[in-house]
Design a protein around this ligand. Structure first.
Ligand SMILES: Nc1nc2c(ncn2[C@@H]2O[C@H](COP(=O)(O)OP(=O)(O)OP(=O)(O)O)[C@@H](O)[C@H]2O)c(=O)[nH]1
Ligand SMILES: [Mg+2]
Length: 403
């Protein structure tokens, strides 16, 4: 299973630019609001320090790629149309297009930190819009959309049949929401957090249901705030102001800077590893004066103060910190760290922190193997690992089967 990360935000905030920067796609970008109507798909890569350097081996990745000791693992990204306040009442393009994000694991909210777009994405004087308002309205619209999903296909009827047939609410709700990528745990935890009674959901008021769907949304589709256009004059100042008001993590970003760097790298004009704190111009002659100045500005005004352009940071933060993933390398030969064909460290899998070896084998490797699975071997220590072993970040593991 590959993660799906959805990009949301008001028109012209830079969503398609972020997608193109992260995935090297060709989604249309323009200053005009509502440039994107149909969703744009791409594949981005999250970055983690590969174990190849520690082991001093040259790896042959199959499900990912490795550059200078950095392992890049694919995730799907979807960029959708701009969302405006009251979208649930049909404003702008409405919010129906959000249904494309129904299977998203997390949402990146791209905000314009320079505050130079009005609510509809039209250009206004820089600083006139408070990005805090964008955070609040978007979350509200997303929560309303989520509640609509929960209620659609007749919530009352669902409750009545549940009461009549005395079925388990959690199981039934899980089935009902099966298309939305919500697991049983998230439902159970939401019930616990809201203090709502699963035995009698027909007594829930509308505000109970709103609260329930809000918390379930937070758990199943967390929103990560990306302060885009940090390169603009007042970006830093606005970011600091916003951080005083909004306590969750906000990651500064210049999608446009990353877009240039990735494009020049693809054209073999610069050396650049996404998310790094420098790039190298390969041949000055291939750039005009304006482009060279642009590159100097990227280094001085974005990379130096912020360590990187932010696109990679946002993706990595989402997968590792918000979705709580760790990286595990299954192999077949514990001395060569290779698969049966001799590929060294072929696969890097993302698994949730706390996953047990048994579940990892069942979910990620193959159910057939899981039936014959006996134990694992830690390739570093050559120790045996039982099925209840809890996987650690960067584990390199051989799965031993009965066959
Ligand atoms: N200065 C600056 N401009 C940016 C940045 N990211 C995007 N832009 C500009 O913002 C404008 C809108 O970019 P898009 O990527 O088309 O925005 P969008 O959010 O996809 O817009 P819609 O599809 O209309 O909802 C374009 O003119 C981009 O060049 C950035 O990091 N810095
Ligand atoms: Mg767009």
């Amino acid at each position: 299973m590959t993660f799906l990360i959805g990009i949301v935000g008001k028109p012209s905030a830079g969503k398609s630019t972020f997608l193109n920067a992260a995935c090297l796609t060709n989604a249309k970008m323009s200053e005009l609001p509502f440039t994107t109507i149909e969703p744009n798909k791409g594949v981005a890569y999250i970055k983690t320090k590969c174990v190849c350097q520690e082991l001093n081996v040259d790896d042959n990745p199959k499900n990912s790629y490795c550059v200078n000791g950095n392992r890049f693992i694919p995730v799907n990204v979807l960029d959708v149309a701009g969302l405006v306040p009251d979208a649930h009442k049909g404003k702008g393009l409405g919010n129906q297009f959000l249904n494309d994000l129904i299977r998203a694991d997390a949402l990146l909210h791209i905000i314009d930190i320079s505050g130079s777009l009005d609510k509809m994405g039209k250009r206004i004087k820089m600083g006139e819009n408070d990005p805090y308002d964008d955070i609040i309205f978007l979350e509200k619209e997303i929560n309303l959309w989520f509640k609509q999903i929960l209620e659609r296909e007749d919530w009352d009827k669902f409750l009545k049949s549940h009461a009549r047939e005395n079925k388990k609410f959690i199981e039934e709700l899980h089935k009902r929401l099966s298309g939305i990528k919500i697991n049983r745990n998230q439902i159970t935890e939401t019930l616990k957090n809201t203090g709502l009674n699963e035995l009698n959901p027909s007594l829930w008021s509308d505000s109970d249901l709103s609260n329930f769907s809000k918390i379930l949304r937070e758990k199943s589709k967390p929103i990560v705030i990306t302060a885009n256009k940090i390169d603009r004059e007042n970006g830093m100042e606005n970011l600091n102001r916003l951080r005083n008001k909004y306590t969750e993590k906000i990651i500064p970003c210049s999608a446009l800077a990353e877009y240039f760097l990735r494009t020049y790298h693809q054209e073999k004009k610069i050396e650049y590893i996404p998310g790094s704190d420098s790039f190298k111009i390969l041949d000055d002659e291939r750039f005009n004066q304006k482009e060279l100045e642009g590159l100097k500005n990227i280094q001085d005004k974005i990379i130096n103060p912020f360590k990187e352009t932010g696109v990679q940071a946002v993706l990595d933060f989402t997968v590792f910190s918000i979705l709580n993933q760790i990286c595990v390398y299954p192999i077949a030969d514990i001395n060569k760290f290779s698969d049966n064909k001799g590929n060294i460290l072929p696969d890097a899998f993302l698994v949730k922190k706390g996953t047990l070896l048994r579940d990892f084998v069942r979910e990620k490797i193959h159910t057939e193997i899981a039936d014959h699975f006996i134990f694992g071997i830690d390739a570093r220590s050559k120790r045996r690992l039982g099925e209840n072993y809890e996987l650690k970040h960067n584990d390199i593991i051989k799965i031993v089967t009965a066959k």
